[in-house]
Design a protein around this ligand. Structure first.
Ligand code: PDD
Length: 277
């Protein structure tokens, strides 16, 4: 069934999952988080496209077309009388059936979505965030926005226990991305970030940053950098639908450059604000 909350504020807590839900039992599903600014979605077609890519990658057949889900998501805004800043969380699972690892026969996907308020993180956006580095212990298909987030959960928890906003993940000496964000380094006026391979989630905001950089005539180089490169970076920042373009001012207790948000980061933040309206 397609279960979309009718009214997030009134009814969200009364929504229940089927007892044998593959999303719960196996993490057998995919999800999206789409930003809402003043009651309107930002980058909705990018997110819907990625939802379909993720679902296809794990062989879940979605019970609607891209246009249909887009319409449903717009209806959800109206039903919720949404006019503030928030997010929609949407997950699609392989459905509910007696527990057995292999795909159940003739079982339709379950799709859930709800809206909730989420103010912009203005303090961090203005002043920057601290981070720690951790090994990237995830699987080899990180481009799929899978419900399996245990390594991400553990990394974010460790960040929080170290009073950091985000954990920057490293694989074989190279920074892949954050536990729930993409990570970028600025050196000599150029932006460096891990290429959009299977090792990272291809962020919708990352995609926009590439465009902003092109508009601003700033080189955007898809080349991985190492933790050692951070030591003499000019700037570092992260991106996601919930964190936007956020300066990183500290890594593992050491300041990035002079410990203040960087100039190019701030230009990208301005471009983001204009784009997000
Ligand atoms: N996470 N990398 C990872 C591992 C992520 O989980 C996310 C987003 C991103 C950034 O993607 P985008 O720009 O499309 O939001 C990168 C969402 C916000 C979450 O899990 O809550």
């Amino acid at each position: 069934p397609i279960i979309l909350s009718q009214s997030a504020l009134a009814n969200r807590d009364s929504l229940t999952y089927p007892f044998e839900e593959r999303g719960l039992q196996f993490g057998d599903g995919v999800y999206e988080v789409i930003r809402i600014y003043q009651g309107s979605y930002y980058l909705i077609s990018e997110h819907v496209n990625r939802l379909f890519r993720s679902a296809e990658a794990i062989r879940i057949e979605l019970p609607f077309s891209k246009q249909e889900i887009t319409n449903l998501l717009h209806d959800l805004l109206i039903q919720n009388e949404m006019t503030s800043d928030g997010i929609v969380y949407l997950q699609a699972t392989r459905g509910s059936a007696p527990r057995s690892h292999a795909f159940p026969a003739d079982t339709p996907a379950n799709v859930y979505a709800y809206i909730r308020d989420m103010p912009r993180k203005t303090e961090y956006l203005a002043n920057g965030a601290s981070t720690i580095t951790l090994p990237d212990t995830r699987w080899m298909n990180c481009y799929i926005k899978s419900l399996n987030l245990l390594p991400n959960v553990l990394a974010k928890q460790e960040a929080q226990e170290n009073e950091a906003y985000e954990a920057i993940l490293e694989h074989e000496g190279k920074v892949t991305e954050g536990s729930s964000s993409n990570v970028f380094l600025v050196k000599g006026g150029k932006i460096y970030t891990h290429p959009a391979t299977n090792s990272i989630l291809h962020g919708c905001v990352r995609m926009r940053i590439e465009q902003f950089a092109s508009d601003l005539d700033i080189a955007f180089i898809e080349q991985p950098f190492s933790a050692a490169d951070i030591a003499d970076a000019d700037e570092l920042f992260l991106s996601s639908s919930t964190s936007e373009v956020m300066p990183i001012i500290e890594v593992d207790g050491k300041e990035v450059a002079d410990g203040l948000p960087g100039k190019i980061t701030q230009k990208l933040q301005t471009a983001y604000e204009v784009d997000a309206g």
